[in-house]
Design a binder for this molecule. Structure first.
Ligand code: C2E
Ligand code: MG
Ligand code: MG
Length: 550
């Protein structure tokens, strides 16, 4: 509505003409008072009428030219103002970096399309949230993050139909508004294509950046007929996808809302919990085979939750990874564990689990070394456990990080060996110090001779590569001798001890010392009832441990 936006220029012109007439009148009054006109009349009398007409005509032409010029100038100024307004309007509705619609435009378009339909329109919102985006910003810098967002925008644009709207809602969150007329199958197909496309690596500078995406889908229904309700439903479905392991998609359904609230609450509690030191290290013994001499502990995270009691890592490690808190959690644990271990016999080692995400941090070795220096813990006593997922994500980053950790004297163990994929490839490509054979292989040794052959082959493979091996999850004494006979170097499992807190560990270290000053878990006079000591919060007045029968 231009009339309302700009003052009417006809009105302005009239005002200007009136002003000019007033000025003319004033000039006339002054002129007659001073007798200027008489002088002028005398001068014009010497010219004839034709001359006077020509003079009048020229003056009129001058006036017309001035008026036309002015009107052009005014028109141009108005056009510039309109253009600037349109540009400002567009900026306010688009994301400057990717050029996609922003949340405001997306919401407005969604609301307009919902309102325009008489019944429930066949519309769907797909919310796309990037996985592992934060580490890219943290590790490679914001320029890399920006480049990734632009590539994501391009890939999304290419995947959707012309009548769909793609938006960047903010941060690493994108959304697509699309027709749902073809039903859930076609929406699922689109979501699958998005997940697949965004999992393709992005080349930036000399790095290969790996992200992923989780998609939440909400279809308009009678209950979610407003833009906000539909956006919220897609958000809830997306979070469910994250909880279920990321790199996937989920359709919204009503009981998802409750789960999301619980997760959001836990996320906030975890942040506070890490700050307050509620996440504490528990220590599970690792012994040499076959004599069961204690060589150190694996550090396993436990959360002393103020309401829920003691929580295991399943309840919070993935949450910490998803919400960018895993690094803080690990450093807090490492600091506590290195401090605890200062009072233990100096030959005892600590093995600490590092999340796959952390291997992408270029400064990981320096950060670890800083904690070791701060706590006075020797690098030679530390072992870092990584899983194969870390290697699949970015082999080159892993190679660099592992090499510099080893240069500091820190050992690297490949955890849960046999559960990931391309294990042999990784063993050849990277230099590990230790293989930890996954519990699933060890527990099945007594059940299947094929499994036993497989474990035997893994141990042989390890020793052919010059690696030591640890069998994880040893629960029964029957497999200990067999594992030792096959050449397995170390053992870990409930048979030797469950993860326990610092106080319990301190007490057991005293009890485990044999006459020669060695720490041996199965002393010769072991009680016949066997079994593991209680996990974690052993009450101070409870028996400290049960000795393990050979
Ligand atoms: P993991 O590193 O393979 O740790 C061994 C897991 O097996 C531990 O479970 C341990 O309690 C359990 N385990 C050991 N021996 C036995 C046994 O004889 N029988 C049975 N049934 N289980 C046994 P936990 O503590 O629940 O930890 C699970 C996983 O959580 C760990 O597997 C590790 O991947 C992860 N995790 C634990 N703490 C941390 C941490 O501080 N940081 C990271 N990034 N991950 C952690
Ligand atoms: Mg481990
Ligand atoms: Mg393991």
């Amino acid at each position: 509505m231009p009339d309302q936006k700009h003052p009417s220029w006809g009105e302005g012109e009239l005002r200007e003409i009136l002003c000019l007439m007033m000025i003319g009148t004033c000039v006339w009054i002054v002129g007659t008072q001073l007798g200027v006109f008489a002088v002028l009349l005398d001068a014009t009398r010497s010219h004839n009428l034709q001359d006077m007409l020509m003079l009048g005509l020229c003056m009129c032409l001058g006036l017309i030219a001035a008026a036309v010029r002015k009107s052009f100038k005014l028109r141009r100024a108005m056009q510039e103002r309109d253009g600037a307004e349109a540009q400002a309007e567009s900026i306010a509705r688009h994301d400057a970096m990717t050029g996609l619609a922003n949340r405001r435009l997306f919401r407005e378009t969604l609301a307009a399309r919902l309102d325009a339909a008489s019944g429930v329109p066949a519309l769907a919102v797909l919310q796309v949230d990037l996985d592992r985006f934060k580490p890219i910003n943290d590790v490679h810098g914001h320029a890399a993050g920006d480049a990734v967002l632009c590539v994501v925008a391009d890939r999304l644009r290419r995947l959707v139909s012309a009548d769909s709207l793609v938006a960047r809602l903010g941060g690493d969150e994108f959304a697509i508004l699309t027709e749902a007329g073809e039903g859930a199958d076609s929406l699922a197909r689109l979501a699958r294509e998005i997940v697949k496309s965004l999992a393709q690596p992005i080349t930036w500078a000399e790095s290969r950046l790996e992200i992923g995406a989780t998609v939440g889908i909400a279809v308009a229904t009678q209950e979610s007929r407003t833009a906000d309700a539909l956006l919220h439903a897609a958000d809830v479905a997306m979070y469910q996808g994250k909880r279920d392991g990321r790199g996937t998609f989920r359709f919204f359904h009503l009981d998802m809302g409750h789960a999301l609230k619980v997760r959001a609450q836990l996320e906030g509690e975890l942040r506070v919990g890490i700050e307050r030191g509620e996440i504490r290290p528990f220590y599970q013994p690792v012994v040499a085979l076959p004599d069961r001499g204690l060589i150190g502990f694996e550090v396993l995270a436990r959360w002393h939750h103020p309401r829920k009691g003691l929580l295991g890592p399943d309840a919070f490690i993935t949450l910490a990874e998803d919400t960018g808190q895993i690094a803080d959690l690990t450093w807090s644990l490492m600091r506590q564990a290195c401090t605890d271990a200062r009072s233990w016999p100096p030959h005892l080692q600590l093995a600490i689990n590092i999340s796959p995400l952390q291997l992408q941090d270029r400064h990981l070795p320096e950060r670890i070394l800083a904690i070791l220096t701060e706590t006075g813990f020797k690098p030679g006593r530390l072992e870092i456990e990584i899983t194969e997922t870390a290697l699949v994500n970015d082999l080159e980053a892993a190679r660099v990080a592992l090499k510099s950790l080893q240069n500091f004297g820190i050992r690297i163990a490949l955890d849960d060996f046999g559960t990931g994929y391309s294990s042999l490839y990784h063993l050849r490509e990277l230099q590990f110090d230790k293989l930890k054979i996954d519990r699933s292989y060890i527990t099945s040794i007594p059940l299947s001779s094929d499994r036993a052959k497989l474990v035997d082959a893994i141990i042989a493979l390890g020793s052919s590569l010059g690696l030591v091996t640890t069998a994880e999850g040893i629960e029964s004494a029957s497999s200990v001798d067999w594992l030792a006979d096959q050449g397995c170097t170390y053992g870990q499992g409930y048979l030797f001890g469950k993860p326990m807190d610092k106080i319990t560990t301190d007490g057991l270290l005293e009890d485990w010392t044999d006459g020669a000053g060695n720490l041996v878990i199965a002393p010769p006079d072991a009680a016949p009832d066997g079994g593991a000591m209680a996990d974690a919060a052993t009450p101070p007045d409870a028996p400290k441990h049960r000795q393990i029968a050979a």
